[in-house]
Write a protein that binds this ligand. Structure first.
Ligand SMILES: CC[C@@H](C(=O)O)C(=O)SCCNC(=O)CCNC(=O)[C@H](O)C(C)(C)COP(=O)(O)OP(=O)(O)OC[C@H]1O[C@@H](n2cnc3c(N)ncnc32)[C@H](O)[C@@H]1OP(=O)(O)O
Length: 253
């Protein structure tokens, strides 16, 4: 199994469990995301969704480049990107608060998953970044659209996308991407973060999320996400992208 789903008194934790691949997302992980989202939509007792990665090296390293590198054409890429894009849309529009518990690097699509969550708790030693530009593609799962919705100053958000670098935790907090930075065990950081929220009735949480979701729907967020995905799919079939992925996959050979 490449993922784990745990329920601790209404706090659902979804762990991507592929530490040896730095928790890269493949088709099986996508199925796990679908399973946990379906469960939450059908279960009234759920209070929070927490997403994290196994081990301490990575939260998520994005799409599994060794598996998805087989997709060569724009159309093939669009199939994979829109599948995960729809999953992230469902995640971003869930009725319960969502928390990315970032225990290790979050890069590429991993940074998109974290950005689709309401809150990002980042371990102090960790770096995160929209590094897709270094692969000659843009964000392809809708993460760019969510980043512009997260209230960061426009110049910080745009720079994060176009310089395509990994930022340390301090900088992630300064620009407004990280909600908080933690030292020590991630479980303790999570408990501290949700302690006060737990005391509030879940209907209140859901009402506030509803306010944000209505605004998003009025501004056609789904269409904007799909447009972002189409742009990435176009770039995916370029020689520059192919060469960059080959370089990554052959780096240790
Ligand atoms: C497809 C969607 C697109 C999007 O919409 O955004 C993307 O997500 S594109 C993918 C972007 N991601 C990357 O480019 C990831 C690059 N990975 C890294 O930069 C690093 O691995 C890391 C996450 C910073 C961790 O570094 P480190 O701890 O030094 O580990 P290694 O680099 O040695 O990796 C260990 C092991 O894992 C494999 N790996 C890592 N990331 C991926 C990945 N995304 N897909 C497939 N495999 C990955 C890496 O190849 C190593 O494997 P072995 O050599 O077999 O041990």
């Amino acid at each position: 199994m490449v993922y784990k789903i745990e329920n601790n008194e209404g706090v659902i934790t979804f762990t991507i469990d592929r530490a040896e691949k730095r928790n890269a997302v493949n088709d099986e992980v996508m199925e796990g995301f679908k399973e946990v989202i379906t469960y939450i939509k059908g279960n009234k007792d759920v209070r929070f969704l927490v997403i994290t990665g196994a081990g301490d090296q990575a939260f998520c390293s994005g799409g599994d480049l060794s598996e998805f590198h087989q997709l060569k054409t724009e159309e093939q890429a669009f199939g994979m990107l829109s599948k995960m894009g729809n999953i992230l849309y469902d995640l971003a529009t869930l009725h319960v608060p969502t928390i990315a518990l970032i225990n290790g690097a979050a890069v590429g699509g991993g940074c998109e998953i974290a950005t689709a969550c309401d809150f990002r708790l980042v371990a102090s030693r960790v770096k995160c970044g929209f590094i897709q530009g270094t692969l000659s593609i843009t964000s392809g799962w809708g993460g760019g659209t969510y980043l512009f919705e997260r209230g960061l100053p426009h110049d910080r958000a745009l720079k994060m996308l176009i310089d395509s670098k990994k930022y340390n935790a301090k900088l992630l907090y300064e620009i407004g991407w990280a909600t908080s930075i933690f030292e020590g065990p991630k479980e303790q950081a999570l408990e501290e973060f949700i302690g006060d929220m737990r005391k509030i009735h879940p209907d209140v949480h859901q009402a506030y999320k509803g306010i944000e979701l209505r605004k998003w729907k009025e501004s056609n967020i789904y269409e904007r996400v799909m447009e972002e995905i189409r742009l990435c799919a176009k770039l995916w079939e370029s020689d520059a992208h192919n060469e960059a992925v080959n370089r990554f996959l052959n780096k240790s050979k």
